[in-house]
Design a binder for this molecule. Structure first.
Ligand code: EPS
Length: 378
């Protein structure tokens, strides 16, 4: 239902994103879109480029009077640093980046074209589209949030939802635990001094999604498979966890599943270890996902590599880079999750206009409610 594509090099003229399938009538809150872009640019540990760029969405098609008109939306984000043609050749591929595999694939002796597109700058385009998806989902009470839960070896404490929201909004690392945040900042400073980099773990939570979205008929219908693929498509993400994923692998079944209990509204759950997804379907609980990001591959104190031109041992190429881009990745994470959720939502409820989508959604919510509260009285 929703299709999107992005284009643009890190130091080209800018980034283009096109999304098709958003129903007619969605008010595009440009401030929200630009706030998401700004959040992606921020976070302690970012490098010099983020002081150069001011990412702003220029919506070039698909709207009239600030609302969607059912045609493809085009978003343009200009690059201030568009020095692509002046930049030096990259002949010493960085371990961990796409440099070598890309050079081999295309036969490039200069990996510059590879890293220009493989760069995480592309994620600005997805954040803009993800913000559109979040605005769409917001019409139906679905909220997608994200924050940092671990950085390097430091882990954040689990806090109640209201405190988490408040602290994340104030944190320079989007971390809910102020004590952990202090340690994370110290770790980033140490990495910067050592010419090193860091990764970590971020969490994405989707609330307000009704049960029954996604599917189990085909592997690609499964909501968890789609969300995991979306998260692992974020540069540097190497692992994804749904609910208590890794921990569940070490427990007995009796300690792993979410028992079904009677609630005032009908049927509910006592826990949410599954992270809101069972059998590839949303089950009405919050969707909880975590993604692990490896450290940035561009090191000021570079690792060993081989020079593509001379074939001799060399030090990996050095580019201006971030020490840690984990807070930014958490913003990208909620964008890509929102895009997947918006698509499954539209697959379920359809609609050329927002009003049509809303009518189908309301009918379905009523049916679910009747089903759940009617248990025992049938
Ligand atoms: C990025 C822009 C890039 C990097 C970073 C992400 O800017 P530049 O290369 O000009 O300093 O800061 O890119 C990478 C992490 C990467 O691996 O290429 C951005 O806009 O997010």
């Amino acid at each position: 239902m929703l299709r999107y594509l992005t284009a643009g090099e890190s130091h080209g003229r800018g980034l283009t994103a096109i999304i098709d399938g958003i129903p007619v009538g969605l008010r595009l809150d440009l401030k929200f879109i630009n706030d998401e872009l700004k959040a992606r640019q921020s976070g302690y540990g970012r490098g010099g480029r983020m002081r150069i760029e001011v990412d702003r969405a220029d919506i070039r098609s698909g709207i009239k009077g600030g609302r969607t008109i059912g045609t493809p939306l085009t978003v343009w984000i200009g690059n201030r640093d568009s020095s692509l043609d002046e930049l030096p050749a990259v002949v010493a591929p960085r371990p961990g980046h796409a440099d070598l595999a890309g050079a081999l694939k295309f036969g490039f002796l200069d990996a510059r074209p590879v890293l220009e597109r493989a760069s995480a700058r592309e994620t600005a385009a997805r954040v803009a589209l993800g913000a559109v998806a979040q605005l769409f989902l917001g019409e139906f009470g679905v909220k997608v949030s994200s924050w940092v839960v671990g950085l390097g070896s430091v882990r954040a404490r689990l806090l109640p939802p209201a405190e988490t929201r408040r602290n994340v909004a104030r944190s320079s690392l989007f971390c809910p635990d102020p004590a952990a945040e202090k340690k994370m900042i110290r770790l980033i400073d140490r990495a910067r001094e050592d010419g090193d980099t860091l990764g970590g773990i971020f969490q994405v939570v989707v609330s307000g999604l009704p049960a029954g979205l996604g599917g189990y008929s085909q592997p690609t219908d499964r909501l968890d498979s789609r969300l995991a693929a979306a998260l692992v498509s974020v540069p540097a993400v190497k692992a994804v966890e749904v609910g208590d994923g890794w921990e569940l692998s070490a427990r007995f079944g009796s300690e792993s599943h979410d028992e079904i209990v009677k609630t005032r509204a009908g049927i509910g759950r006592s826990t949410n270890r599954a992270g809101g997804i069972e059998g590839g379907l949303s089950n009405g609980e919050e969707i909880v996902l975590r993604a692990a990001m490896k450290p940035i591959p561009t090191l000021a104190r570079p690792l060993r590599t081989v020079n593509l031109a001379t074939g001799k041992a060399a030090s990996a190429s050095r580019e201006r880079a971030d020490v840690c881009a984990l807070p930014a990745a958490s913003v990208v994470g909620r964008a890509v999750v929102a895009l997947e959720i918006a698509d499954v939502f539209l697959r379920k409820f359809g609609g050329d206009t927002l009003a049509e989508t809303r009518a189908a959604w309301k009918r379905y919510l009523k049916r679910i409610e009747r089903f759940s509260s009617g248990a025992g009285s049938r």
